[in-house]
Design a binder for this molecule. Sequence first.
Ligand SMILES: Cc1ncc(COP(=O)(O)O)c(C=O)c1O
Length: 374
Amino acid sequence: MQKIRVPFFDLRQQYQEQRLTLENTLREVLASCHFILGDRVEELERKIAELCGVDFAVGVASGSDALWLSLLALGVGPGDEVITTPYTFIATATAIPKVGARPVFVDIDSEGFSMDNHKIEGAISKKTRAVIPVHLFGLCAPMQELQRIAQKNRLLIIEDAAQSLGASFTSKKNPAGSMGEVGCLSFYPTKNLGAAGDGGMIVTDQASIAKRIKILRAHGASKKYFHEFLGWNSRLDEIQAAILLVKLKKFKKSIQARRRIAKQYQELLKYDPLKLPYEPKEFYHTYNQFVIRVRERDRLRRFLDKKGIGTEIYYPLPLHLQPCFSSLGYRPGDFPNAERAAQESLALPIYPEMTELQVQKVIQTIRVFYKRHL
Ligand SMILES: Cc1ncc(COP(=O)(O)O)c(C=O)c1O
């Protein structure tokens, strides 16, 4: 046990297991000499749409672009406000000023990591056009109440499902990405379905939105060299799509493996001061991250590090306190739950290829820490 190292994340074994298939598929793409928007991107779009339970999916260059292009396609722009959480990856919020709109943050709830639905109505103004809930770490945000609020106030919902492909709410009937106007996915390598580079996708049930995004991702042109809108180059390429199609075959199994590890952590790390991620009954958590909360976070992190166990902090500084958003005028203390989460959260290693010994090492080492320090 002493010598076993547990990196926070490790793709090497996954690569070794799929090496031949990945290399063959790459050779095929290279030989085809067709690299941009081809059959593989289309096949992936069909399969991801099916997985998300929606009619359309459009591959784009990244999850960040998926958010930005969604706002553009929905006509959100200068003078508009968009409500979102301050406790997420920066891309959720930077997409908003990128279309000329203003982010308005709403604190997360005190129990989990999702935006507190009770506080949303207090943040709605005449300018509010949209809300971006984030399905953080692989768990869907509570959407029913949010859908009610959005309907009542005529707000568009853009789901940030970058971390939550395959997650769902209410017994798998509502996959992440299918509960708003659009859902935004990321295929960044650390995501549960990760490319060998950047990639993203927008999923939607609305044909008109899918059509508009397809135009926007190709410089605003549906016919080559005739530009209806100001678009950009934001395409998922054939090489990434081919890699993702290979990995998609093992996707469900890989989520099951993550859930098995999470179950072990949940059962064997029940210590009073340690708050485990919760999975309400009707939710299906895909554990892109397993994030615990502990007051003595930094001490525990150092201890684990010394024992060869990698961890990560998602996220050390909430977005309302980031220098890039200083012009919005937020102050420390504005969102106490997000600020506390930033001080207490610690992501433990979780990936399908972790061995039983590695999982046990994480559990045993945390136990030793608490025996010594409490
Ligand atoms: C919650 C969230 N939103 C958006 C993104 C942006 O995705 P990408 O890195 O593919 O641009 C990420 C990725 O890290 C994310 O975790």
